[in-house]
Every structure is written in C-alpha cells, then in structure tokens.
Design a protein around this ligand. Structure first.
Ligand SMILES: Cc1ncc(COP(=O)(O)O)c(C=O)c1O
Length: 396
C-alpha cells in the first residue's frame, strides 16, 4: 500500500463524505462527492423553502447567498463585484464569450484540448460573423505551445480562449505563461477553469486572465447546477451580455433600460438558491482544507495511480503535459471501453468514459475514440488506489 504523507486529515475528510462508504469514487472530474456540510446546507434551505416559502427563505438566507460571492473572490483572488453566480460552467463561459463583438476576419485562438461546447460556440460565431477559430499547436509535451502562441499574435487576434484542464486527461495548460502573452498584446483572455477549479490553487491576478468560468459540482464538490464567472472589473462595463433580464438590468423608462455595473449583469433573476448556498459552503469547505494542500494530495495520488497503471501490461496511460493533475486516463488493449466501465460499476468503482466528441481536435489527433477517465480527489484513500489497480490488473 502506498504511504500517506498528506497534510490533509484523510480520515476526517472521509468521515465528512458519506458517499465514501458506498462507492469508490474516481469520478471527481464528473461530479465530486459532496461533503455532508454541503448536503446539509442545500437540504436545510430546501426545507426552509417548504416551511416558510421560497421568496421568504431567500430573504432570510441573504447573508449565506452574499457569502458565495466573497467565497469565490477568496478562492480565485478577485473582488466580489467581479463575480457572477451562474447555473453551470457552460453558461458562465457562454455569457462571457457571446458578449464579445466579433467581426469578419477577427481571429480566436484556442487550445487543441478545447471542450466541445466551447468549440461549437466558436464555430457558430465564425459562421455568423466571419471570424476565424485557430487552434494553437501543442508543444512536445502535449500542452499549448507558448512559443507558437507568441508567433500567432497580430492585431486581428481578438480573443485567446483556453481550457486550463481538459475534460479528457491530466494535462494542465500553462495558463500563466499564456496570460503573460495576452497581457503584453492587450488581447482578451478567457480561461475555462471548469476542470481545474477546486483541485489546485487558482489566482486570476497571477494568471492574468480577463474572464474565467468554472463549475461547482466537480473538484469543488458543490451541488450540481452551480457555476460561476469572473470578469475583470474594467472589462465588465464594456461587455453587453447576450441576454438581459430584470436582474441584469433595470427598466428605467418606457424605452430605456440600464445594465447593472457589476458582474451580476451576467446572471439572471431566477436561481436555485439552495444550490447557490451549497456552492458557497463547498468553496468555504475547500478553503478550510487549503487549495495548496488539496493540490499536493490530488497530484500525488494521481501520480501514483498513473505510474501503477502504466506498469500493468496491455494498459496505456494517455495523459499529456508537463505538469499533470488529478485526472488519469487509460485504455486496455483490445478491450471495449463500455465493458471496462460496466465491470468497474459492478464493483462500485466510479469512473467515466471520455469520448472523442468531447475534445475532438485532441482525440482525433491522437487517434483515440475514447478513454477511461479515473479522476481522484484528496478524500480518496491509498487503499482505494490499491483496490482499483488490483481490479484493473485482474481485468487484463
Ligand atoms: C473543460 C470543460 N469545460 C466546460 C465543461 C462544462 O461544464 P458544465 O457541465 O458545468 O457546464 C466541462 C464539463 O465537463 C469541461 O470539461
């Protein structure tokens, strides 16, 4: 069994996580297991809604709702008025992307590992406006080539939009180095931090991104249907969101509306208040462990898993990049991915099958139809790693 030298009290983390008693959960990049603190906050608010009414419950939970903005600002190093809480990472990203005015000939630079929803949006805007989308080649480590990016910059580049950690592997793109180039060139930089948030420290000042989108349910261990968007203060009022409502704007006279000045212009009025409160609690819970300690534990566990799987005959590990995160992907020679998945499900071992259509440029480029994605978190144990690797070995 691998040794546990983590700063994190694993037994407390597991006691806080009821799901640990039910399943071996290596699907944290799908949705992390919620700690009971989050579950209690969500169910408590739902109960309050049932008891006193939804509007009245929201009123009495005002502080907890406002706390979510402060929690996000603490998590990523921004101001609370630069944060919008949005129902998922895709919509958060969309609200940022579709606010940007593109015209014919504008260039959008993106990563090879870009997520399908983002790329579909690029293609839609390209078709509508004549803007062009150009993937930045990878370097020899399989991550965005900073040199290639530098050489692609010209006055037509209007956006650099990068996926920090892709859905389909352990790669961590060099977000800070990309930020340096974007800043020097004065180009807007949108970072999709959906898969990285909650597993590693993220500081928007250090990264130098102008906008960042994230989800609540994955490594942050929040409820499903939660996410957020960060927009740099001096950019907010330059951007008109693609949708406006009574929360994002005020109808001031018969023919006129005014858009609010803070990042909440990217939100809409009706929201899952219980989920939003749960997101705040999940972020506070992560902050209490410390993102540095979480990252140390996650990357070490994943590193061990990667090494052990790569030593098994007929197993191919597929993670790219210089620095790798908590996502470990593999295939087994001549074995069908769905069958592997089913066998693991029977053992109550949760993983995900990541298919080419989610990250087409990357997967097609590597000739991969799919991979098994095992994504670990700090509350996973060394014993679980042993059990998982032993079972995979028996499958071969
Ligand atoms: C890189 C990346 N971006 C965005 C998303 C979408 O996140 P959400 O489901 O919260 O909209 C995912 C989901 O897997 C993802 O992997």
């Amino acid at each position: 069994m691998a040794e546990n030298s983590s700063m994190i009290d694993i037994s407390r983390a597991r006691q806080d996580t009821p799901g640990c008693e039910q399943v071996l959960h290596f699907n944290n990049a799908g949705a992390g297991l919620m700690p009971r603190q989050v579950v209690d906050a969500v169910t408590g608010h739902l109960q309050l809604e049932a008891d006193i009414g939804g509007y009245e419950a929201a009123e009495s939970a005002h502080e907890a709702v406002e706390r979510v903005y402060d929690a996000v600002s603490q998590l990523i190093g921004c101001q609370a008025d630069e944060v919008a809480i949005i129902e998922n990472a895709t919509r958060a990203w969309d609200m940022a992307f579709y606010s940007l005015p593109f015209k014919s000939g504008d260039r959008i630079l993106t990563s090879i590992a870009e997520y399908a929803s983002n790329y579909i949006a690029f293609l839609q805007i390209a078709r509508r406006t004549g803007a062009v989308v150009e993937p930045i080649p990878n370097d020899s480590n399989g991550q965005v080539s900073v040199e290639a990016l530098e050489s692609m910059i010209d006055e037509r580049v209007k956006l650099i939009a990068i996926t920090h950690v892709p859905t389909n592997g352990g790669l961590v793109n060099p977000a800070v180095e990309i930020g340096n180039i974007a800043r020097q060139a004065g180009i807007i930089y949108l970072l999709d931090a959906c898969q990285s948030i909650g597993q590693m420290p993220i500081d928007v000042q250090e990264i130098g991104c102008d906008m960042l989108s994230a989800t609540g349910r994955k490594y942050l261990r929040g409820p499903r249907g939660t996410g957020f968007l960060y927009v740099r203060r001096d950019l907010i009022e330059q951007l008109e969101p693609p949708f406006l409502d009574v929360h994002a704007a005020t109808w001031v006279t018969k023919d006129r509306y005014e858009i609010r000045a803070d990042a909440r212009r990217f939100e809409n009025w009706e929201t899952n208040v219980a989920g939003k409160i749960g997101l705040g609690v999940a972020i506070d819970y992560a902050l209490a462990w410390g993102l540095g300690d979480i990252w140390a534990r996650v990357s070490s566990l994943a590193g061990t898993l990667r090494t052990r799987l790569s030593h098994l005959p007929h197993v191919q590990v597929h993670d790219l990049g210089l620095q790798k995160c908590g996502i470990v992907t593999f295939t087994i020679d001549k074995q069908d991915l769905e069958e592997i998945h089913l066998k693991l499900v029977e053992q109550k071992m949760n993983v995900h099958v990541s298919r080419a259509a989610s990250t087409r440029l990357d997967m097609d480029g590597r000739g991969l139809a799919g991979v098994i994605r095992a994504s670990v978190h700090y509350y996973n144990s060394e014993e679980e790693l042993d059990r998982f690797c032993d079972f995979v070995a028996r499958m071969i």
